[in-house]
Design a protein around this ligand. Structure first.
Ligand code: PTJ
Length: 258
């Protein structure tokens, strides 16, 4: 266990946010997180400020639709990158157990060292089987980043893929392969957010536990009721609701009503 860099007093107004940052910095030192992951987190933090660091109603509905889609899937898979492994390893393992979706390491900045570091972070959090680190043969067509390399038993044959903090190119490539894509992205304007089938505009720290809660609630429902929840979700309307929520919140703050 690495020494924490800072002793953050509990009464510091930004204590939780600083602790989250520390998790990423420690993750970077263990090669779980790539340096670009630190920048990506900063971008996410800025959007989290705008939404008020709490799950918006649209994010809760999106998490519920994601839960229904995972319960209906024949072969769901959860793609794990450096940031998600550093921030929510335990919740990812729980989501994998509850949904039956295996975890697959899939990195934009892929090195053997990072693959193993991310796998180890998941194993340390209780995972028993992690895909994406063995000798892989499958590739996503027309994709040129390292994210094209996928596990033939995982993302390659999946019908539903959870890809949090994703890049737009791969989301588009997964869609072209006929996958149903669920993402988590604090930026409702990102290409991934706009391309996915379900975008949860929320911090991954809140979004994965929200999907878990919804799975536990919906688990006893029959397939037809689950299908009606999944079909009743429209990503474009949900993204619009997120953007309008931010607009209304900023208006209220600007007028001293926040
Ligand atoms: O571990 P690797 O090599 O796979 O690399 C991971 C990163 C995140 C560096 C890589 O996927 C990347 O460069 O992603 P992007 O294109 O920067 O996109 C990341 C998106 O996630 C941005 O839209 C951020 O706003 C958003 N984001 C950052 N932190 C969070 C977040 N969304 C939800 N929760 C967060 N904590």
């Amino acid at each position: 266990m690495m020494e924490p860099h800072l002793n953050i007093p509990n009464n510091h107004p930004r204590a939780e946010s600083i602790r989250v940052r520390e998790r990423l910095i420690e993750g970077e030192e263990r090669s779980v997180v790539t340096k670009s992951g630190l920048f990506a987190h900063g971008r996410g933090e800025a959007f989290d400020y705008l939404i008020g660091e709490a799950s918006m109603p649209s994010a809760l509905s999106a998490a519920r639709a994601a839960a229904a889609s995972l319960l209906l899937a024949s072969h769901p898979v959860i793609s794990v990158n450096g940031n998600t492994a550093a921030l929510v390893p335990g919740a990812l393992v729980e989501l994998s157990n509850e949904s039956g979706a295996p975890l697959e390491v899939n990195l934009f900045y892929r090195t053997r060292e990072r693959e193993l570091a991310v796998r180890d972070a998941l194993l340390a959090a209780g995972a028993t089987n992690v895909l994406g680190v063995g000798p892989r043969v499958a590739t996503i067509p027309e994709l040129f980043s390292e994210r094209r390399i996928v596990d033939p038993e995982g993302i390659y044959k999946a019908d539903v893929v959870v890809v949090p903090l994703e890049d737009g190119d791969r989301t588009e490539a997964l869609k072209r392969m006929g996958k149903f894509v669920i993402t988590v992205d604090l930026n409702p304007l990102s290409r991934t957010a706009q391309t996915a089938d379900i975008t949860i505009v929320d911090n991954i720290i809140r979004a994965i536990p929200n999907i878990l809660t919804a799975i536990r609630e919906l688990r006893s429902m029959d397939a037809e009721s689950l299908r009606s929840i999944a079909r009743g979700f429209d990503n474009k309307s949900s993204l619009s609701a997120s953007i309008l929520f931010i607009r209304d919140r900023l208006t209220a703050l600007a007028e001293g009503r926040g």
